[in-house]
Design a protein around this ligand. Structure first.
Ligand code: CS2
Length: 488
C-alpha cells in the first residue's frame, strides 16, 4: 500500500481532504506539544480555516518528548489522517495544516529559531498541566519545577516551556520584531492569565526590563478546548488505511464532538478559526469552568473508581450502571456550582457528556486519564467542592471522587498488583502512602496536605471526614461494593 504524501491528496476518496493546497500556505503558528490531542483539535480546526479563508497559518509543531512523530510526519509531508468515530460510523479526513514537526529534546534552537521568525505570529501550547512549572498561587514561575530551576541557571539554552517562551520573546524584542501571541490550550483554569503569570514571573528573575515589555505587549488569550482523543493504536492505523486507501503511520482517532472557545485577542492576526467551528467570546472563564468541572471532573472520577474496580476503558465504566450513576451525579453536582452561561443548557450539556463517555467506538483508557492526578484535582474536584461548601451544597460527590483518587494513589490494585502512578509528585505520594500504612484517615490527611494541593477551607471539616470515611469503605469492602453502595 502506498504511503500517504502530498501526491496522494488528489487520489483520496471524496470528502477525505478539504481540497485546498497545503503548500500554498506559509507557516504562521508554532505549536508546542504536537501530540494526538493537538492533531485532533487545533490542527483540524486550522485545516478548516485554511480551506475556508486561506492565509499563511500553517503550523510548525514541536514535539517536546519523542522524535518519532517528527520523522513519521516528515515522511508524509506533514499529512495525517484524523478519524472521527461515533454513532454515525467512522469518517476519515486527511489534515494538511501541519507543515512539519520538529523534536526539541536537547535542541532548544529547534524551537527558538522559529520563535524568532516574524512570520510566526502565534505560539499555541498543549504540553499537559505538569509541564508548565507555574505556581498557581501567584501565578508565578515555580522555582521548584525541575525545568524552571534548570532554565533559571541557563536562560539562553532553555528546555522548559516558560524558559523557551521567555527566550523566544527576548530574541523577538532584541530583533525589533513584534511579539507573538501566546495561546494556551491546556486544561487549566483561566489558562491565559495563568501562563502570563508564569512567563512574566520567569522573565522578572532573569531580565526585569524584558518582563515589563512582555507584560505590556504580549497577548495571552485564554481558551477552552474539548475533544476526547485516546492514544492511537495499531487498530487506528489499520482503520485509516482501510478508509483512505493509503498507509499512514501517524493516523489518530477522536470523537465527532469538538469545541474550542477562545478570547479574541490576537494583535498579530489569526486564522479564521470560526470557519472550523471555534467560538470567540470576551471571557472564556465560565466555559472553562463548565468543562473542567463537568467533563474533566467526571472523567477523573470515572478514571480512578473505574480503574480500581477493573474497568480499563471509560465506555466500560459507563456500562456499569452504578458507576454511570455516580458519573451523572458528579456532572450534576459540578453543574450546580456554576453560574449560568449565555446560550448553554447545562442539563443538556451534561446529558451529552454522559453519551460521549459511553461512545462505543472510542477506547479511552481509564489509566490514561488517571495520570497526573495531583495536577488535575485542584481545578476538577477541589475548586467546585469549595464553591459547593460555600452555599451548603452536598459535598459527598466531591468527597467520593477524592477518595477514589486516594485509593488509586496506593499504587496497588485489589489483587495486590502494583502499577505506576504516573504523577509528577509520585515520590511524595508514595511517601505518604508508606507512612499511612493501611489507615484511611492518615492516608487521606497526608495526601490532602501535600504542599499547595488542597485549598485550606477543605481541610479539617466535613469534606475531609467524608472523604476519609469513603476511602475506608473502598479499602475494606472493595471499590465495586463501595460504588454500588454509593449509587444505591
Ligand atoms: C482527560 C482529558 O486525560 C484527561 O485528563 O480528562 O484529556 C479529556 O479527555 C479532554 O479534556 C477532553 O476534551
Amino acid at each position: 500500500m502506498t504511503r500517504l504524501s502530498r501526491s496522494a491528496l488528489a487520489q483520496l476518496p471524496v470528502g477525505a481532504a478539504r481540497g485546498y493546497d497545503p503548500a500554498a500556505h506559509g507557516v504562521g503558528i508554532l505549536h508546542l506539544g504536537a501530540g494526538a490531542f493537538h492533531r485532533a483539535h487545533q490542527a483540524a480546526i486550522t485545516d478548516a480555516a485554511l480551506a475556508a479563508s486561506g492565509g499563511d497559518w500553517r503550523i510548525a509543531g514541536v514535539s517536546l518528548r519523542s522524535a518519532d512523530l517528527a520523522k513519521t510526519l516528515a515522511s508524509q509531508d506533514g499529512l495525517y489522517t484524523l478519524i472521527e468515530r461515533g454513532a454515525q460510523g467512522d469518517r476519515a479526513r486527511v489534515i494538511g495544516a501541519i507543515d512539519r514537526v520538529v523534536a526539541a529534546r536537547g535542541t532548544p534552537e529547534a524551537v527558538l529559531g522559529p520563535m524568532s521568525d516574524p512570520a510566526i505570529r502565534i505560539v499555541t501550547l498543549t504540553v499537559t498541566e505538569k509541564a508548565y512549572g507555574i505556581d498557581r498561587s501567584g501565578p508565578d514561575a515555580d522555582p521548584a519545577h525541575p525545568d524552571v530551576a534548570a532554565d533559571f541557571e541557563r536562560p539562553a539554552a532553555p528546555r522548559g516551556v516558560l524558559g523557551l517562551l521567555v527566550e523566544g520573546l527576548r530574541r523577538r524584542r532584541a530583533a525589533g520584531h513584534a511579539p507573538f501571541t501566546v495561546l494556551c490550550c491546556d486544561n487549566l483554569p483561566e489558562n491565559g492569565a495563568l501562563l502570563r503569570g508564569g512567563v512574566v514571573g520567569f522573565a522578572r528573575r532573569v531580565d526585569p526590563e524584558l518582563a515589563d515589555w512582555i507584560a505590556a505587549k504580549v497577548a495571552f488569550p485564554s481558551s477552552m478546548v474539548d475533544r476526547i482523543t485516546p492514544a492511537a493504536t495499531e487498530a487506528t492505523l489499520a482503520l485509516a488505511a482501510r478508509l483512505t486507501g493509503f498507509e499512514d503511520a501517524a493516523a489518530i482517532e477522536t470523537e465527532p464532538f469538538c469545541q474550542w472557545v477562545i478570547e479574541d485577542r490576537f494583535p498579530q492576526g489569526r486564522p479564521d478559526w470560526a470557519a472550523g467551528g471555534a467560538i470567540f467570546v470576551d471571557d472564556v472563564a465560565l466555559y472553562e469552568r463548565m468543562k473542567l468541572r463537568m467533563l474533566n471532573g467526571a472523567h477523573s472520577l470515572i478514571a480512578y473508581a473505574g480503574f480500581i474496580s477493573g474497568h480499563a476503558l471509560v465506555r466500560e465504566a459507563m456500562a456499569d450502571p452504578a458507576l454511570a450513576a455516580l458519573a451523572r451525579r458528579q456532572i450534576a453536582a459540578a453543574a450546580a456550582t456554576l453560574d449560568p452561561l449565555p446560550g448553554i443548557d447545562l442539563a443538556a450539556y451534561g446529558d451529552e457528556l454522559a453519551a460521549r463517555f459511553a461512545n462505543p467506538a472510542i477506547a479511552h483508557e481509564t489509566y490514561q486519564i488517571a495520570m497526573d492526578g495531583s495536577q488535575k484535582l485542584p481545578q476538577r474536584i477541589f475548586g467546585p467542592a469549595c464553591d459547593a461548601q460555600l452555599v451548603g451544597q452536598d459535598l459527598r460527590p466531591f468527597a467520593f471522587a477524592t477518595a477514589a483518587w486516594a485509593r488509586y494513589c496506593m499504587g496497588r490494585d485489589e489483587s495486590g498488583e502494583r502499577y505506576a502512578l504516573r504523577d509528577p509528585r509520585e515520590v511524595e505520594i508514595a511517601a505518604v502512602v508508606e507512612a499511612a500504612g493501611d489507615g484511611a484517615r492518615a492516608l487521606l490527611a497526608g495526601l490532602l496536605r501535600l504542599p499547595g494541593l488542597t485549598p485550606a477551607e477543605l481541610l479539617d471539616g466535613a469534606f475531609e471526614a467524608q472523604s476519609a470515611e469513603i476511602l475506608h469503605d473502598m479499602i475494606e469492602r472493595g471499590m465495586a461494593t463501595a460504588i454500588a453502595g454509593e449509587a444505591a
